[in-house]
Design a protein around this ligand. Structure first.
Ligand code: ADP
Length: 706
C-alpha cells in the first residue's frame, strides 16, 4: 500500500515536472527536440512543431530522416548528434533549413542527457533561428569584398599609366581581392557585327572567352545577352541565376561548366555613350545583392573615368611627341639646308673647274683620268646635296595642277621593272581625277623612293599597293585628314607594302636624313627624308604606319587643287655629263655673287665663251660699277640671296638703267622667301648650284636670245 502510494506520488511528481518543463519550454522561441539513441523523437516543444508545421502525434516517435530533409543538410547534423550521445560532450553547429517561406539558417546546440547507467540515451537539440544575422553577415561580407575591390581598383586606376594595362589590373583585383570566379572586360567595336572584343580577363577562364563571341547589336542573338544589354542601355545587368535566366541562353552551358552561377555586366561609359563592358561572374546563385551591385557600378564609372583620363594623357603625349618630332625635323632641316647651300657653292667651283680642266686636256693626256675622277666624285656629292636640299624644303619646285591618277599611271612600267617579278603591283585609282598642286617630277621622285624602300622590305616577294583617293574637308573621312589639313579637300596617295615593317623605334627615326638600317652600300638614309621634304614643301603631310612583319603604309595628303590639270613639259634639267652644243657670244654680262670662287668660275666660263664680263661681290658694288662704267649691260647673272639686297631687288634696280637687260639667277638653294612669295615665275631663268659650265652657257644664251 505504502509502495503504491509512493509510486503514485512519484508519478504525479514526474507529471508535474513534465508540465513545468512544458510551460518553461513553451515560452522559448527556440525549437527544441529530444531524441533517443535510435534517433526517434521523444519530446518536441511547441516552437518546433510550428517550424515543422505538423501536429504532435506526427512528430513523436519519428526520425529526422522522415521529414524529407535532404541528406546534404541532415548528414552533418546526424553525425554530430551521434557523437554527442556517445561522448556526452555538448556541441554547437549551424545548418540551413528549407521552409515553405524560404531558406532559413539555424544555430543548434546538442545537449547530452545522462541515463542511469552512466550513458547518454537522450540528446536534446535546441535550435535558434539565425537567418537575420546570417543574411546581415552575408551582406556585410559581400559589401566588404566589393569595397575591397573598389579600394584596390581605385589605387590601380590612380597609378595606371597606360590604358592597355589598366583593365587587366582591374580584372586581376576583382578576382584576387573580391574572390569572384572570373572577370573580363571588352570594348564595343563599330564593325559590322558590333563585336564586343575582350581586352582583359582574370580568374577561372578555361577558354571561356573563346566561346563568347559577344555582340552589342540588338539584331543578333549574341547581342541580346547581359553584356550587349549593358552596352546598349548604359545600365548594369544582373543575372541572379545562370541556370534559369533566359538572357544567358547561348552561353549557359559553357558558363555552368566553369562554375559560373550568377553574373553582373557593367557598362563602361563616357559622355553618355558606352564603349565597353566589364563582366563579373560568381559561384552560387544570387551572388550580387543591390548594395554590392551599386558599389560595382560606381567602380565601373571610376574605371571608365580613369580610361578617359588616360586616353587624354595618351593623346597629349602623342601631340607632344609629334611636336618634338616636328621641331627636330625642322632643326635638322635647317642644318641640312645650310650645309647643302655651302656645299653647292663649293661644288659649283669644284665641278666647274674640273669641267673646264677636262675641256682643256687632250683626250689621251695623263691628267685626264684624274680630272674625270674629280668631276665624278663632285657629281656624286652634288646628287647627295640635292637630296639634302629636298629634305630641307629648299629645292626649286615647279608646282602645277596635276592629276595623281595620271602621274601614277605613267609610272606603272617603271615601277614594275623596279620591284621585280616577285612583288605584285596593285593599283587602285580614285574614280574622279585626283587634282593637287605639286611638282610632277618631284611626286615621281616620292613614289620611286617609297617603292624602292618597299622592294627592299620584301626580299622574298609580296605586294606593293598604290591607291589614290579624294577626301572631302572635315571629319568623316577614312583615313581621317591630318589635323593640319582638316579644313581642306585633299588628294591622298597611299603606298603600302607587305614587307618586314618597322619597329616603333625605327619608325620614329625613319624620316631623318642619313638614318638607315641598310648596309651602307644600299642605303643612304636620304630616301624618306627627301620624301618628307618634297611633301612638306608642297604643303602636304606624310604619315607612316608600320609594325614588324606587318608591312608599312605611307599616306601622303596633298591639298586639292581646284584648277584643271595642266602638265606642260618641264624646263630642262641641268645635266653635267652630256652637254648639248652651246655657243657663246659677244654681249656684256655683269656677274654678281658674294662667293669669290663661284664668281671667278662664272666669269671664266663666260669669258672663255667670248662674252665681255665684269663682276661685283655684292649689289652695292654692282650698282657702283655700272654707274662708273656707264656702258650697257645685256645680261645680269646674279646670286639670289646676298647680304644687303636680294638678286631680285638688284635686277629691278638695274633694269631702270638698262631696260633691255636679261637676268639669270643662280643660287645654292631657293630660300623660303623666294618660293613663298612666288618670285620664281615660270618665265624667269634660274640655275641651281652646282651647275656645269655648259648649262650656264646654255641658260645665258637662251636668256639673251629671248
Ligand atoms: P634608306 O632606304 O637609304 O635606308 P630611307 O630614308 O629611305 O633610307 O629609309 C630609312 C629607313 O627606314 C630604312 O633604312 C628602313 O629601315 C626604314 N624603312 C623605310 N621604308 C621602309 C619600308 N617600306 N619597310 C620597312 N622599313 C622601311
Amino acid at each position: 500500500m505504502d509502495i503504491e502510494q509512493e509510486n503514485r506520488r512519484l508519478q504525479r511528481l514526474v507529471e508535474q515536472q513534465s508540465r513545468t518543463l512544458d510551460a518553461i519550454l513553451s515560452v522559448s522561441p527556440d525549437p527544441i527536440f529530444m531524441s533517443g539513441t535510435d534517433g526517434r523523437i521523444v519530446y518536441v516543444g511547441s516552437s518546433a512543431l510550428e517550424l515543422l508545421g505538423l501536429p504532435l502525434e506526427e512528430v513523436i516517435g519519428r526520425r529526422w530522416q522522415d521529414f524529407g530533409l535532404s541528406a546534404e543538410i541532415m548528414a552533418p547534423f546526424q553525425a554530430h548528434r551521434e557523437e554527442v550521445g556517445r561522448t556526452g560532450i555538448a556541441f554547437k553547429g549551424e545548418m540551413p533549413f528549407p521552409t515553405p517561406s524560404g531558406l532559413r539558417y539555424f544555430e543548434y546546440t546538442l545537449i547530452p542527457v545522462p541515463g542511469e547507467d552512466g550513458g547518454f540515451p537522450y540528446v536534446v537539440t535546441n535550435a535558434r533561428d539565425i537567418t537575420v544575422r546570417k543574411q546581415a553577415e552575408d551582406r556585410l561580407l559581400k559589401l566588404n569584398r566589393a569595397l575591397l575591390v573598389t579600394r584596390n581598383c581605385t589605387r590601380t586606376i590612380v597609378d595606371a599609366e597606360k590604358e592597355s594595362g589598366l583593365l587587366q589590373q582591374v580584372c586581376d583585383v576583382i578576382v584576387s581581392e573580391g574572390g569572384y570566379r572570373f572577370a573580363w572586360a571588352g570594348y564595343a567595336e563599330h564593325d559590322d557585327r558590333r563585336t564586343v572584343r575582350p581586352v582583359a580577363a582574370s580568374g577561372h577562364a578555361d577558354g571561356y572567352l573563346d566561346t563568347l563571341r559577344m555582340s552589342w547589336s540588338e539584331g543578333q542573338e549574341r547581342g541580346r545577352g547581359p553584356g550587349g544589354n549593358a552596352v546598349r542601355s548604359g545600365r548594369p545587368v544582373i543575372v541572379r541565376d545562370i541556370r534559369t535566366d533566359a538572357l544567358v541562353g547561348p552561353w549557359r552551358e559553357e558558363a555552368l561548366l566553369r562554375g559560373y552561377e550568377s553574373l553582373i555586366a557593367l557598362p563602361l561609359s563616357a559622355a553618355g555613350e558606352s564603349y565597353g563592358v566589364l563582366v563579373i561572374y560568381a559561384t552560387g546563385p544570387d551572388a550580387f545583392d543591390p548594395e554590392e551591385a551599386g558599389l560595382l557600378e560606381e567602380l565601373a564609372d571610376e574605371i571608365a573615368h580613369g580610361i578617359r583620363t588616360l586616353r587624354g594623357d595618351d593623346e597629349r603625349e602623342r601631340l607632344e611627341e609629334q611636336l618634338a618630332q616636328a621641331r627636330k625635323m625642322e632643326a635638322v632641316g635647317r642644318l641640312a639646308g645650310g650645309i647643302a647651300h655651302d656645299f653647292n657653292n663649293l661644288l659649283t667651283t669644284i665641278n666647274g673647274y674640273a669641267a673646264l680642266m677636262l675641256q682643256g686636256l687632250s683626250n689621251d693626256g695623263p691628267l685626264r683620268p684624274q680630272a674625270m675622277a674629280i668631276l665624278q666624285a663632285g657629281e656624286r656629292a652634288a646628287s647627295l646635296t640635292r637630296q639634302l636640299l629636298a629634305f630641307s624644303r629648299r629645292q626649286l619646285l615647279h608646282p602645277q595642277t596635276i592629276d595623281l591618277n595620271v602621274v601614277i599611271d605613267r609610272m606603272i612600267g617603271t615601277l614594275q621593272r623596279l620591284i621585280g617579278d616577285d612583288v605584285d603591283l596593285v593599283i587602285r585609282f580614285a574614280p574622279e581625277p585626283c587634282l593637287v598642286l605639286a611638282d610632277p617630277v618631284q611626286i615621281e621622285q616620292v613614289v620611286m623612293n617609297l617603292a624602292v624602300n618597299a622592294r627592299d622590305a620584301m626580299p622574298r616577294g609580296g605586294r606593293l599597293s598604290l591607291a589614290t583617293l579624294n577626301l572631302a574637308p572635315g571629319e568623316g573621312n577614312f583615313p581621317a585628314l591630318p589635323p593640319e589639313l582638316a579644313s581642306k579637300a585633299c588628294g591622298l596617295l597611299v603606298i603600302s607594302d607587305t614587307g618586314i615593317g618597322m619597329t616603333a623605334e625605327i619608325l620614329s627615326h625613319a624620316f631623318e636624313p642619313f638614318f638607315t638600317t641598310k648596309d651602307t652600300v644600299e642605303g643612304t638614309g636620304l630616301g624618306l627624308s627627301t620624301v618628307y621634304g618634297i611633301v612638306r614643301q608642297s604643303g602636304g603631310i606624310v604619315r607612316a604606319d608600320s609594325a614588324p612583319d606587318r608591312g608599312t603604309t605611307f599616306e601622303i595628303f596633298f591639298p586639292a587643287s581646284d584648277a584643271t590639270a595642266s602638265m606642260p613639259a618641264r624646263p630642262g634639267q641641268e645635266n653635267i655629263s652630256s652637254p648639248p652644243e652651246v655657243s657663246g657670244g659677244a654681249e656684256t654680262i655683269l656677274v654678281v655673287d658674294d662667293s669669290e670662287t663661284v664668281r671667278g668660275l662664272v666669269c671664266e666660263i663666260l669669258m672663255q665663251a667670248g662674252y665681255t664680263v665684269f663682276n661685283a661681290g655684292d649689289p652695292e658694288e654692282a650698282t657702283a660699277t655700272c654707274e662708273l662704267r656707264g656702258n650697257s649691260v645685256d645680261l645680269l647673272v646674279t646670286d639670289v640671296v646676298m647680304p644687303g639686297m636680294t638678286g631680285v631687288e638688284l635686277a629691278a634696280r638695274l633694269l631702270k638703267s638698262f631696260p633691255g637687260m636679261k637676268v639669270v639667277y643662280i643660287s645654292g638653294y631657293t630660300g623660303d622667301a623666294i618660293v613663298d612669295e612666288g618670285f620664281l615665275d615660270p618665265g624667269c631663268t634660274f640655275l641651281q648650284k652646282p651647275f656645269a659650265p655648259d648649262t650656264l652657257l646654255e641658260a645665258v644664251r637662251k636668256a639673251l636670245d629671248e
